[in-house]
Design a protein around this ligand. Structure first.
Ligand code: ADP
Length: 305
């Protein structure tokens, strides 16, 4: 029996360099990437929708068409007159990637400005997904509007998944980041942090410390990702390490965490077995890091079980 999955955040236009020096256009963003992998891994009786705000320009139209083509619902996306999507560029120099962003005035910053539209979309969904980046791009008042709606969903017994995805540069201060990430966790039933980020920015000295810190906000489950070491599931009783899949050559780690989250949720929603879900997610993430780009085609993932 399927359900309705809603991912909330910002998808951007992505420009990357092709081998011949031309720029290649794509669309990506953490919460969208996770929706992409959830779509790739869930059967057709599940709907996957993306909630954001876009402009009324041709690039917004193209992004919506791209999402629709990927089987991701766009009906609740807000369109704002005179606005445009955010943009980022992947720079390659001596094999090292760096990113430049143009997102300060993107339409997505207003995704929670219409509280009624947000409530309607969340109420129509069974499973919610958002990230620390979703919170970081919003005016503070709007972030609180979103958090209030997500807490309502949590109180109603829905699965609310949150990846803290810590990006200090998107926040006005470290204090603001700590406060709002903790609020994000308070609105969630499942928190999916990456240990290396948490250790740096919250000072956690171990994975159990990360699990403890997030559990205090009332999440039922914490899944701590830790790169090649695997992921640890803390459910309040046990802490279980599910190893990563060994990869001979890592090509591009973009979207490792996002794909893990999407695959984990897809499996967990069908089988309610977190350990098995983490095993499946490790296989999907291992495939994703052996390919270039954030979005690996569903055909390439099909054989993974
Ligand atoms: P993030 O991209 O959010 O920093 P991680 O780096 O922890 O997340 O990676 C997420 C998941 O991707 C890991 O739990 C693991 O399954 C997989 N993964 C990441 N790096 C590797 C690696 N070098 N080898 C195998 N699996 C990896």
């Amino acid at each position: 029996m399927g359900g309705r999955f809603l991912s909330i955040g910002e998808c951007m236009v992505e420009l990357s360099q092709a081998d011949d020096g031309h720029l290649r256009k794509g669309f990506a963003g953490d919460t969208f990437n996770t929706a992409w992998y959830a779509r790739a891994c869930l059967p057709a009786d599940w709907s996957i929708d993306y909630f954001t705000a876009l402009g009324d320009d041709a690039m917004s139209d193209e992004m919506i068409a791209f999402m629709g083509g990927a089987g991701i619902g766009t009906a609740s996306i807000r369109r704002l007159r005179g606005k445009t999507p955010g943009l980022y560029m992947i720079n390659l120099k001596d094999g090292e990637r760096s990113f430049s962003y143009w997102r300060d005035s993107s339409a997505a910053r207003q995704l929670a400005a219409d509280g009624d539209a947000l409530r309607a979309a969340i109420e129509a969904s069974d499973v919610l997904y958002f990230s620390g980046i979703t919170l970081a791009i919003l005016p503070r008042e709007d972030a609180f509007t979103l958090l209030a709606e997500l807490r309502r969903a949590k109180a109603a017994g829905k699965l609310v998944a949150f990846d803290p995805n810590l990006r200090p540069r998107l926040w006005s201060s470290l204090d603001a980041m700590h406060t709002m990430i903790s609020e994000g966790a308070r609105a969630a039933t499942l928190v999916m942090p990456s240990f290396d980020d948490e250790a740096v920015h919250f000072g956690d000295d171990s994975i159990p410390a990360t699990i403890r810190r997030y559990r205090q906000y009332g999440a039922q489950m914490i899944v701590v990702k830790n790169g090649a070491e695997g992921a640890t599931i803390g459910d309040g009783t046990d802490e279980t390490l599910v190893p990563a899949v060994k990869v001979a050559k890592v090509v591009d780690t973009t979207s490792a965490g996002d794909s893990f989250n999407g695959a984990f949720l897809a499996h967990y929603l069908q089988h309610q077995d977190a350990v098995a879900a983490a095993g499946f997610a490790a296989k999907i993430a291992a495939k994703v890091i052996q390919e270039y780009g954030a979005l690996v085609s569903p055909e390439k993932l099909k054989s993974i079980r």
